[in-house]
Design a protein. Structure first.
Lengths: 199, 199, 199, 199
DNA sequence: AATGAATGAGTCTTCATTCAT
DNA sequence: TATGAATGAAGACTCATTCAT
């Protein structure tokens, strides 16, 4: 019992330390030794839990994405209008990113080092998220909420791009961006005006 | 003269090779030796023109941005409506990115390694571009083209984010994204509907 | 009692596992963990019985040599001619090697790692074996069985070398060497023809 | 010119240093850094000439064997009796081993680390040497020099084993073995007495 | 100016050994 | 006694950079 807790504790500490270091330095500048130090474990211990630096990075991405998905999915109300759904997703997304800035940063950086296999997994993940947004929009069109002329793919792209445009600077900027929630509402107002049949 | 030409020829070849390699491998996986080989110069020659690998990377970013700015600025008609200006900027941007995919890729990747100085230069650059967009929108509001209620900063963010959402996959995706120009028009239709006073 | 048995059982299992692993991988490529796994004990347990990997290796050599000596000595008839003794030693040696191939392999490999102390113990062991052969030959000369002109040291060297030439490939070769016993008889025929006064 | 000389000079120095270190410590205990130090080059320079530590070791084996073969082959008189040929090979072998003790030591040690490919090349090499000896013996039998009853394979094995029995201790023994040449003659006397039809 | 051989600082990774349980 | 999680010393290897030619 105690052991299990300790074990996962150590694993968790390594992950958290890695998120910190990867997010501030990027994959290559991150040193395994520094991660170990911050996690307060021996260098070798990192390799007890992860077979390599790459595997540690990928594991962070993997579990980070899952965590994100669970987080968003669980909180998303089921039976509301498409308009409200888009608003909710946007707000949850922003809140998540701000809450887990470092994790978000890791997720957004260089993925050059990985095998084709992992890269295509990553792409698939993104496509799934994109498809979810597109589906919300499609259902909005079906329900007459959103204008008929709207191309769902283009609309989803505006939505995801818009979110990226908002959180990107927030995550990478040295100084904290202020009033993000207000800005988000204003962005949503514009987007929805562009989408809706009867704004 | 001939010499000068040869020299700058070499410098140019190094830059082009570096763009190729940096874009396909990222900064750290790019090897100076490979760049030299592709440029068909000796490894030492790279250091005749650039004091370090980092400086070469930064120079590419620097000149790439200048090139982008000149390219867009020069082609942008002066006396047209805000609506047309936004459309033009979007189209020119897309065309530029597709034309200089590799350069774009380099511009979009990891900047973790650089000193505060360079990073803030990069931020300033982006802010300038952002401000230009915001100014177009402001003038649109002033001229009554764009709705009064629109927050210019939020609108500019939607615009830039939207562009990022469009070209990101185009640049990083393995398979070429089709119909980008069509998609752009549909995205613009949505955005402008959201912005304009009398769409 | 039961405990003692269990303990020595464990010790024995570790030795047997170690022989297997050392013989197939050599000292350095052999991992303590693998030995422990094959012995079906914990990694730490190995260190309950042997103070280090080197000590385990040396213990195998030590006990292996003792085992060999006892094996040969016990089976060697006392009152027979030198000729017959040489034949017997040769046959017993071959049989032992084939029976304990892995152990033999361990005995025959790299001893570079050990302290001077252990290396000289090893040398002493070999010299003793060599001396035993030489004594058989000397007695053969004394009894008129073997030619007067024969140099006993040289003869012993031919004998031991010959045995090495026979079993070396048998132990290290990937494919099992066939007809080793026949070949040994033919080798003995040659050697004895060379040694004996009245072949 | 100068450059070529320098280059091969460095490569040669690395090989010689490696022979020294590999022979005294074995493959695993040999450190690349020590080899570099003894060769008086930087650690990285070793990797300019050899792609890995293993490759360096294999190259030594490869070129060492070739050197040995050339050395023996070139000096071996063509048109002499089988008896004289065996004597000559034995003497040349001994002389070579004593001259290149360290190289010989390397050749005789652990080959566990290598891929199947290299190991079978090594086996082939040995088989060729063995076959050469066997052929000398066969021709001796054909010419009536050597007894009809002699099994050529067994005889070749006695010969090669005998040589191993002589040079092994000479190479690995801490103290120089004396009178090796005398001992060899006495061994040859025994062997030839055992082989020849009319000794 | 151009080159590429030479270099060694810097890192990931392995694994024998320890020690708390 | 038995264990295996934890450790860090040690070492192969990489590659940006230098500098003699």
């Amino acid at each position: 019992m105690t052991k299990d807790v300790l074990l996962s504790d150590k694993r968790q500490r390594i992950i958290e330390a890695a998120v910190k270091v990867f997010s501030s330095k990027g994959f290559h500048e991150a040193k395994v030794e520094e991660i170990a130090q911050i996690a307060d474990v021996g260098k070798g211990t990192v390799y007890e839990y992860f077979s390599s630096k790459v595997e540690l990075f990928q594991e962070i991405l993997r579990s980070g994405m899952e965590f994100y998905n669970k987080n968003i999915t669980e909180q998303l109300s089921a039976s509301i209008s498409a308009t409200e759904k888009l608003k909710q997703v946007a707000r949850l997304h922003l809140r998540f990113i701000l809450e887990y800035k470092d994790l978000a940063k890791v997720t957004m950086t260089e993925h050059a080092h990985f095998g084709r296999e992992f890269r295509s997994w990553l792409m698939k993940m993104r496509e799934e998220k994109f498809a979810a947004i597109e589906n919300i929009i499609k259902s909005g069109i079906d329900r007459g909420e959103i204008r008929n002329e709207v191309n769902s793919r283009a609309a989803a792209m505006v939505f995801t791009g818009m979110m990226g445009g908002l959180v990107g600077p927030a995550v990478f900027g040295d100084e904290g961006v202020q009033n993000l929630e207000d800005t988000l509402e204003q962005m949503l107002e514009i987007l929805l005006k562009g989408l809706l049949a009867n704004p």
